[in-house]
Design a protein around this ligand. Structure first.
Ligand code: TK8
Length: 355
C-alpha cells in the first residue's frame, strides 16, 4: 500500500514540475504577445526574456554606454533571466516613433529626448524653456527630485512607464555658413530643430529660419545643404561627426535637454514586483554613470572640434545675454500650455536647488 502511494506521489510531483517548466518556458518566449501575463521568466528555460531598446544615437554615444550599463546590471541582478538588446542609430525608429511603439506595446524601451514628446504630455515642455537650468548640478536635482518624479508618474496614463532621466545636455549651435556671435548673425540661417513648438518659437525669436526634423535625417540634410545648421550638445556634435559637414560652433547653451528612459507600460505591468525594483534600480545606477561619462568627455571634445578645423566660439557674458533676452518671449508664449502653476513650482525648485 505504502509503495503504491509513494509512486503516485512521485508521478504527481513530476507532473507538477513539468507543468511549471512548460509554463515558465512559454511565458519567457511569449514577449511578443500583445498582453503578456505577469511572469518571472526562468533562466532555467534557457530563453531569457528579451527587452529591445531603441536608441537614437550611435554606439559611441554616452547614451548607448548608459543603456548598455543598464542592461549589464539587469542581466547580473536577474541571473540572465532578461536580455537587454540595444538598437542604436534609430534603426527601430526615431524618438517619437519609438515612443509610440512603446505605447502600442510593440517595443519594450527607448530613452528619447523629451522635446519631441510634448504632444504626449505638455508638461515635458518645461525642459524646452531657454536658459531654464543655471547648471547641470541643478538640472540633476530637479530631474531626480519631486518635479522629475511628478513628470515620470504623469506618463503612466499615456501607456508609458518613466524610469528616470539621463543627460543629453546643453544644446550648442552649429552651422556651415558663418560665425555666429549674436542673434543678428542668425538672419536667414536655416536651422534644424527637434519637432517641438518651443524650439521653433525660440529660433524664430532669435532671428533664424527654423525647420523641424527627426534627428536621424540631420546629418544628410547638412551634407546636402538643405539646412545650414542644427543645435545639439557637444558630445552629439563630436561623436556623430558633425564637424565633417559643419564649420562653426557657437557655445550658446540655450536649452538643457534630458533623455527620458521609457518602458512600455505593457512590459512594465508584465514584470513581477521584484523585477520592477531591479529595473528601476538599474536605471538609477546607470543614469549616474551615463551623465558622468558625457561630462568627462565634453571638455576634450571641444578641443578635438577645433583640431578638426571647426571655429568654436565662446560668447562673452554680454553676447550670451543678447541670446537670453531674445528668447525671453518664449516663456510668456508657452506658460499657459506648460501650466503656470507647474512653471512657478519648477522655478521655485530651481531657485532652492541653486543655493
Ligand atoms: C537622439 C535625439 C537627439 C536630440 C535631437 O535620439 O533630436 O537633436 O538631441 O539626440 O534625442
Amino acid at each position: 500500500m505504502f509503495k503504491k502511494a509513494k509512486k503516485l506521489v512521485s508521478v504527481v510531483v513530476t507532473g507538477m514540475m513539468l507543468a511549471t517548466l512548460t509554463t515558465g518556458c512559454l511565458s519567457s518566449t511569449s514577449s511578443s504577445s500583445a498582453t503578456p501575463t505577469k511572469t518571472t521568466p526562468t533562466a532555467a528555460s534557457g530563453s531569457a526574456k528579451v527587452i529591445k531598446v531603441s536608441i537614437g544615437l550611435n554606439e559611441q554615444s554616452p547614451l548607448y554606454a548608459g543603456m548598455k550599463k543598464f542592461g549589464d546590471i539587469v542581466k547580473e541582478k536577474t541571473s540572465n533571466r532578461y536580455e537587454v538588446q540595444l538598437y542604436p542609430n534609430a534603426q527601430l525608429g526615431d524618438d517619437l516613433k519609438a515612443t509610440e511603439a512603446l505605447r502600442m506595446g510593440t517595443l519594450e524601451m527607448t530613452p528619447p529626448s523629451t522635446s519631441p514628446l510634448t504632444g504626449i504630455d505638455p508638461k515635458l515642455m518645461i525642459f524646452d524653456l531657454p536658459f531654464l537650468f543655471p547648471n547641470k548640478q541643478v538640472a540633476d536635482k530637479v530631474l531626480d527630485g519631486p518635479i522629475g518624479q511628478d513628470i515620470l508618474d504623469g506618463l503612466t496614463s499615456k501607456g508609458l512607464k518613466g524610469l528616470g532621466f539621463m543627460e543629453n545636455g546643453y544644446r550648442q549651435l552649429t552651422n556651415s555658413v558663418r560665425e555666429v556671435k549674436s542673434p543678428a548673425d542668425l538672419k536667414g540661417l536655416k536651422i534644424r530643430t527637434m519637432e517641438n513648438p518651443m524650439h521653433l518659437a525660440a529660433w524664430k525669436a532669435m532671428g533664424a529660419n527654423p525647420t523641424p526634423m527627426p534627428f536621424s535625417e540631420v546629418f544628410t540634410a547638412m551634407q546636402q545643404k538643405t539646412i545650414d545648421g542644427q543645435e545639439n550638445p557637444i558630445t552629439t556634435i563630436y561623436l556623430q561627426k558633425f564637424q565633417e559637414v559643419q564649420k562653426y560652433t557657437t557655445l550658446t547653451g540655450h536649452i538643457y535637454t534630458p533623455f527620458i528612459v521609457l518602458m512600455s507600460k505593457k512590459t512594465w505591468d508584465s514584470l513581477s514586483a521584484d523585477d520592477q525594483k531591479i529595473f528601476l534600480n538599474a536605471v538609477n545606477e546607470a543614469k549616474v554613470f551615463q551623465r558622468q561619462t558625457g561630462r568627462d568627455a565634453e571638455a576634450g571634445q571641444i578641443k578635438k572640434l577645433r583640431e578638426a578645423g571647426m571655429t568654436v566660439t565662446e560668447l562673452t557674458p554680454d553676447q550670451l545675454k543678447a541670446f537670453q533676452d531674445a528668447t525671453k518671449s518664449v516663456y510668456d508664449q508657452f506658460a499657459d500650455k506648460i501650466g503656470k502653476d507647474f512653471l512657478a513650482k519648477v522655478q521655485t525648485e530651481i531657485a532652492k536647488d541653486s543655493k
